[in-house]
Design a protein around this ligand. Structure first.
Ligand code: G3P
Ligand code: MG
Length: 231
């Protein structure tokens, strides 16, 4: 089972910061998940659409300037650009799940993706691009037919796994609240990997492992690894 450090090792360091990425690697994580937004065309690693709750700033992240964003902190950590985070991760030989979160991040990300491969040396199979916005994934797929993509779903639709098949996805990313063995088996029968978010409790990890789930997103990657070792 692949253990993704969710927003970096966000149980131990401020989420989606360089410190959270470093902590994840220090704890032995071989995969990390990050969320991205665009600010004046530059991509930043940050989760919320508003700055108020998690940073020292205020307002919609899509409305502020890069100059303003540079002055903000998540706890004591700066909000990093995607390039800064990927430059660090490119030296760690890990898998990176980039979640397209912000509504203006698609075009800048389509422009940046080939640079991650050509300039930072990532292989296409080390970059997994996911989003709740399936239209973004469809457009991204048109630009990069060989990229690994994954639709995120909060619930279960009548055609949940068909959505992933239509997108020619590598995996489908599902919420812990709605996961069932039937859904996992259905995805596997269509050649899809199943990754589940956000899973911190040992009982849940054991249950998902028994179901044959291929990976989890967790805020405590070290604890998840220990839990699996006891299985
Ligand atoms: O990608 C898995 C998970 O991160 C999706 O939800 O809200 O934590 O970004 P969220
Ligand atoms: Mg996310």
């Amino acid at each position: 089972m692949i253990i993704f450090a969710h927003r970096g090792a966000s149980g131990y360091a401020p989420e989606n910061t360089l410190a959270a990425m470093k902590k994840a690697i220090e704890l032995g994580a071989r995969a990390v998940e990050i969320d991205i937004h665009s600010v004046e065309g530059e991509l930043y690693v940050y989760h919320d659409r508003r700055l108020d709750h998690k940073s020292s700033g205020t307002g919609l992240i899509s409305d502020v300037s890069r100059e303003y964003l540079k002055t903000l902190f998540v706890d004591s950590e700066p909000i990093p650009t995607l390039w800064e985070v990927m430059t660090y991760l490119s030296k760690q030989n890990c898998l990176v799940n980039i979640e397209l979160k912000g509504m203006t991040c698609l075009s800048p990300f389509i422009a940046l993706y080939p640079k991650l491969i050509k300039e930072l040396g990532f292989r296409a199979d080390q970059l997994l691009i996911s989003s709740f916005h399936h239209g973004f994934l469809q457009e991204f797929r048109r630009s990069y037919p060989l990229a690994c993509i994954a639709p995120l779903l909060e619930g279960v639709l009548l055609n949940t796994t068909d959505i992933a098949t239509q997108l020619d996805a590598y995996s489908i990313h599902l919420s812990l609240s709605f996961i069932t063995s039937e859904l996992v088996d259905d995805a596997h029968s269509k050649g899809l990997k199943v990754f589940v978010y956000t899973v911190d409790h040992p009982e849940d990890i054991h249950q998902l492992n028994k179901m044959g789930v291929d990976g989890i997103f967790t805020n405590y990657p070290d604890k998840a690894t220990q839990t699996l070792a006891q299985a």
